[in-house]
Design a protein around this ligand. Structure first.
Ligand SMILES: [Zn+2]
Length: 329
């Protein structure tokens, strides 16, 4: 179902901690192996291989239960210093993990420097890619990532408020160009003064029609996005759509489309089932605002106390933005 001549990776697209371009060019199997009930793990260090085998034993059954229509096959998991660069990787940044298929070879790579808190979630994300069976073939790749993120989040536990705040700021600026927070709002905490902060991003805005286009693309089209920021933002947005749609409902849409002989589920069906109008930027803003509550506002104020170098690309960790800020206290 995926390309057979070239290894076809599917990624964990939200990239901690920094979007760095370029990655490793060679595919190789690390020397030390450890066995898991769900396959084998290879790493440069035997203790790391054992640790990931334990994580695979723990995460595997949860993923297997969470998604219908999986084909649970033994996993070849490789813990590597850099994700293999086999497919248009230059512009896609540095990924936390990836799932590859090359002919009958299928393997998963995870970065060896992942934060311990992130490992379970990234592995769960990749296991969804690895195990999605023929019943899911009609799922558009952007929504496959959304589904994988939903499962990854459920296993990892919630992002921190700081993570959510950063995703919120990045996505909001990409959609709206400016962001004004808490202007004239009551203080979040009683001992804090009122403040207003406005960000403007020197970036091309992402229009709703472009979001819809990206979410409806096939794998090659999805991976041909040459702006890593857009790739990451669309992944966050597809995860937001999934928050209004059950995994079972998405599965049903895929099966119905396949039964009709469609290659992919028309994305409009996915939005309709979620009760969302994707051409309305207010709808996208509303989905983002669902992730921005008091905890995230507090996290944002803590960031504001830190002097961000907002003129520098990457001023918000993980997002390659050029920002201009006006801060008033
Ligand atoms: Zn992915």
């Amino acid at each position: 179902m995926w390309g057979s001549m070239t290894a076809t990776p599917r990624f964990s697209p939200w990239i901690p901690p920094l979007l760095l371009l370029g990655s490793c060019a060679v595919t190789r199997v690390p020397p030390h192996a450890a066995a898991s009930r769900f396959g084998s793990v290879h790493a440069a260090d035997p203790a790391v291989a054992s640790e990931y085998a334990r994580i695979l034993d723990e995460v595997g059954p949860v993923v297997a239960r969470a998604v219908p229509g999986l084909v649970i096959e033994p996993v070849d998991l490789r813990v590597v210093n850099g994700i293999s660069d086999t497919y248009h990787m230059e512009t896609q940044g540095q990924f936390a993990g990836a799932t590859f298929e090359r002919g009958s070879d299928k393997w998963v790579e995870l970065r060896s420097d992942l934060d311990p808190a992130a490992r379970r979630g990234v592995l769960a994300h990749e296991l969804v890619h690895r195990w999605l069976g023929p019943a899911w073939t009609s799922l558009p790749p952007a929504f496959e990532d959304g589904l994988a993120d939903v499962i990854g989040d459920a296993i990892r536990g919630e992002d921190t408020p700081r993570d959510r705040m950063r995703s919120f700021v990045a996505c909001w600026l990409t959609l709206n160009g400016t962001l004004t927070l808490d202007q004239n709002a009551a203080p979040i905490d009683p001992d804090e003064a009122k403040f207003a902060i406005t960000f403007r991003a020197d970036i091309q805005r992402l229009k709703p029609a472009e979001i819809v286009d990206t979410m409806g693309r096939d794998l090659v089209g999805y991976h041909s996005i040459d702006d890593p920021r857009r790739f990451a933002v669309v992944a966050v947005l597809s995860r937001r759509v999934m928050s209004h749609l059950s995994v079972d409902k998405l599965f049903e849409l895929c099966q119905d489309a396949a039964a009709e002989g469609l290659v992919r589920v028309p994305v409009q069906r996915i939005f309709a089932a979620a009760g969302l109008d994707p051409l309305d930027v207010g709808m996208w803003n509303g989905l983002l605002l669902e992730t921005y509550g008091l905890e995230e506002q507090r996290a944002f104020r803590q960031e504001v106390d830190v002097p961000w170098d907002l003129a520098k690309p990457g001023g918000i960790e993980g997002v390659s933005f050029h920002l201009q800020a006006t801060v008033e206290f």
